[in-house]
Ligand binder design. Structure first.
Ligand code: MG
Ligand code: ZN
Length: 226
């Protein structure tokens, strides 16, 4: 009986902080993505590819969420992007307050796109708004086509699903058609890209989608409502 109101209060407090973050992002004219996946699906690899693919077109900043280490932030920094490492010290997801605390070192006025790389986890990151415009998730074919059945909230809250590591399809038991169908049954509005961050296959369509989203955010003007 006691745990239910406590959980609700945490989520309510988080929602308030997420709205504060959203106002900061809108004032800066930023398009903001909350990038989620299980561990090892390819979040950081996708970011490395995306920074290279949009260099000179879209200025990208990254907040790297990890339980510990600066390993991923170092990879992003080597690509020349603004990056902040957020170590959760054990927590398995990011929340609005953590994002608020990570914004200070970033020069938001010199960014077009901010990507928050969430902690690798297919469960609770989906429950916490950070102030993002959209949640984007990655599922690799190595994880299997049953994951939409097992982690539905992730698919229901995401606007985009990137199916990664399609170069591994000859070697794994995964039916991409089944994966797509199961994901779309949960969320008929999902935009789906099939990509390989290793070979580069399919990434241009993702880059083009990002260019369009950033342009739409700019067209709405600083401080505009979605
Ligand atoms: Mg990573
Ligand atoms: Zn968690």
């Amino acid at each position: 009986m006691r745990t239910v109101p406590v959980v609700r209060n945490i989520l309510e407090a988080n929602q308030r902080l997420a709205e504060e973050n959203r106002k900061v992002f809108r004032d800066a004219g930023l398009f903001v993505i909350n990038l989620m996946s299980g561990p090892g699906a390819g979040k950081t690899s996708l970011l490395e590819r995306t920074i290279d693919g949009l260099r000179g077109q879209v200025r990208i900043g990254v907040i790297e969420g990890d339980i510990q280490s600066t390993y991923d932030a170092d990879r992003i920094s080597q690509k020349g992007a603004q990056v902040v490492q957020l170590n959760t010290g054990g927590a398995c997801h990011l929340d609005g307050n953590m994002i608020k605390s990570a914004l200070e070192p970033l020069d938001l006025e010199r960014l077009d796109l901010l990507v928050v790389e969430n902690v690798g986890n297919l469960v609770c990151p989906a429950e916490f708004n950070l102030g993002e415009d959209m949640k984007v998730m990655i599922l690799s074919v190595a994880e299997g086509d049953d994951k939409p059945l097992k982690y539905p909230l992730m698919f229901q809250t995401s606007a985009v699903l990137l199916i990664n590591k399609v170069d591994l399809l000859p070697y794994v038991d995964c039916d991409v058609k089944v994966m797509r169908e199961r994901a779309l049954q949960l969320n008929g509005d999902l935009t789906i890209f099939e990509v390989s961050c290793r070979t580069g296959q399919g990434l241009e369509a993702w880059f083009q989608w990002l260019r369009e989203q950033v342009a739409m955010r700019k067209a709405k003007g600083d401080g505009a409502k979605a």
